[in-house]
Design a protein around this ligand. Structure first.
Ligand SMILES: Cc1cc2nc3c(=O)[nH]c(=O)nc-3n(C[C@H](O)[C@H](O)[C@H](O)COP(=O)(O)OP(=O)(O)OC[C@H]3O[C@@H](n4cnc5c(N)ncnc54)[C@H](O)[C@@H]3O)c2cc1C
Ligand code: HEM
Length: 409
């Protein structure tokens, strides 16, 4: 239990953290990696270079300071982060290391303003926050290990099949090397894969959503080749070019809280942008396997027809459902292939496609795509608690405030 004095000090310093958070977390990672370079085998270097991980950590530290006397408010956020930590094999012994450099970073950035009293209060508060994470993660480790086919940390899987899905997306079918069972997952969840790329100093970890329905003797991931960026994506290009049938990769047990809720009555709307289709196709195929009676709507946006993956799987899954409609469209205006919309998805389209304001909506795609879709869903009357979304990177703050109400465009 924290003393009232500690709580007061931490809460009164929260506004400083809001302003200086990014600076503190940037200094923190510098200190952390220079003193513990082995941790570069766990962290995603691209997220570091782009500042996304620093922002995610800063936002969480700020929220923790603000709600230090009611940490239960943070439980949903803690769970989402804890899933990622568990999938990366973060352990209790890592927490004091992070705590040490976080405090050093606060001292470095705040200078004399960081009195001993403030630092001591923060050390105590960090311990309290770390304990919340450690206990949530402990339960997740136990669950991952004790389920049928479960395991701890990373386990070897063999690439059993590799299938091109579009000009940019290729699927990998992964089976346990030990011939054991494949642990179940809930559609929407991801696995972390770990690869050693020749010439790279550090091991690389990346998350990939499971793209098939559960209950198979394999996990399927579907990976977009990140080639139209500078530098090109390390792991996705390695997987596409150098990982073949028979190769081994390390996999951690399925994780993540972006999952298909079991609700036998509400209409379900799945909206995918680009490679964000992977958790959506898993959800759609699961509903088809379950012969779900819900009204199901599947909306898929792709850049163009060449990049459009899973067209046949979507039609097949919809044909197994009693009341399912699939729509697709392309961003490129010059792609003349038939589609249900062209360019970006607009509110008028969503208004006619989304069956009712009772719909439970799942959205996955680039951050800007999700921002626009979620805003429009809210504008057509879907309440926030019925909209679920997944980031393919560290969570960010999305601006989804409706810009108008009652408009009919
Ligand atoms: C929950 C979750 C689920 C996911 N599911 C999928 C999925 O189903 N399919 C899928 O394809 N992906 C998925 N991803 C994304 C995936 O984890 C990887 O991020 C993606 O494959 C890119 O990895 P990479 O190693 O190829 O690229 P990276 O090497 O990580 O590069 C990523 C980006 O960072 C940029 N970058 C790298 N280094 C620098 C630098 N020094 N300075 C500036 N920019 C830099 C690159 O140009 C590139 O644009 C998911 C992510 C999460 C978190
Ligand atoms: C109380 C302490 C901690 C807090 C508040 C915290 C917070 C966060 C947040 C907000 C994220 C981003 C989650 C997302 O993807 O949306 C994250 C990811 C991560 N955390 Fe922590 N974390 C803590 C402790 C640790 C520890 C002890 C380690 C181990 C060294 C660690 C390693 C990681 C890694 C490797 C990632 C994924 C980074 C990436 O993919 O870029 N964290 N954490």
């Amino acid at each position: 239990m924290l003393s009232q004095k500690t709580i007061d000090i931490v809460k009164s310093t929260a506004p400083v953290l809001e302003v200086k958070g990014q600076e503190i977390t940037t200094a923190f990672y510098k200190l952390l990696f220079s003193n513990h370079p082995e941790l570069l085998n766990i962290f995603n270097h691209a997220n570091q270079s782009q500042g996304r991980q620093q922002t995610a950590l800063a936002n969480t530290v700020y929220a923790a300071a603000k709600y230090i006397d009611q940490l239960e408010v943070l439980v949903p956020a803690v769970k989402q982060i804890a899933h990622k930590h568990r999938s990366l094999a973060i352990k209790p012994e890592h927490y004091p290391i992070v705590g040490k450099y976080l405090l050093e970073a606060i001292k470095e950035v705040l200078g004399e303003a960081a009195t001993d009293e403030i630092i001591n209060a923060w050390a105590e508060a960090y311990g309290e926050i770390a304990n919340v994470f450690i206990s949530v993660e402990k339960a997740m480790y136990t669950e991952a290990e004790e389920q049928e086919g479960g395991w701890v940390d990373f386990k070897d899987f063999i690439v059993d099949d590799k299938k091109v899905e579009s000009s940019v997306i290729t699927s990998f079918y992964l089976k346990p090397k030990d011939g054991g069972k494949v642990a179940r997952f809930t559609p929407g969840q991801y696995i972390t894969i770990q690869v050693s790329i020749p010439g790279e100093k550090y091991i690389m970890n990346r998350q990939y959503s499971l793209s098939d329905a559960p209950g198979k003797d394999y996990y399927r991931i579907s990976v977009k080749r990140e080639a139209e960026c500078n530098p090109i994506g390390k792991v996705s290009n390695f997987l596409h070019d150098d990982v073949n049938v028979g190769d081994t990769i390390k996999v951690s047990a399925p994780a993540g809280d972006f999952v298909l809720e079991s609700n036998p009555h509400a209409p379900i709307t799945l909206i995918a942008g680009g490679v964000g289709v992977t958790p959506m196709i898993s959800m759609l195929k699961t509903l088809a396997d379950q012969k779900a009676e819900n009204t199901v709507t599947f909306i898929q946006a792709a850049k163009n027809s060449e990049m459009h993956a899973f067209m046949d799987e979507v039609s097949e899954a919809c044909s197994k459902l009693g009341d399912a409609t699939a729509y697709f469209g392309y961003d490129d205006d010059d792609d003349s292939s038939a589609g249900d919309f062209q360019g970006y998805i607009e509110k008028s389209f969503l208004r006619q496609a989304v069956p009712s304001s009772d719909s439970i909506c799942y959205v996955c795609g680039p951050a800007k795509f999700m921002e626009s879709i979620i805003r429009q869903l809210k504008e057509i009357g879907i309440s926030e608690d019925r909209i679920h979304y997944e980031f393919f990177g560290p969570a960010m703050t999305l601006n989804t405030e409706p810009v108008e109400t009652g408009a009919n465009n």
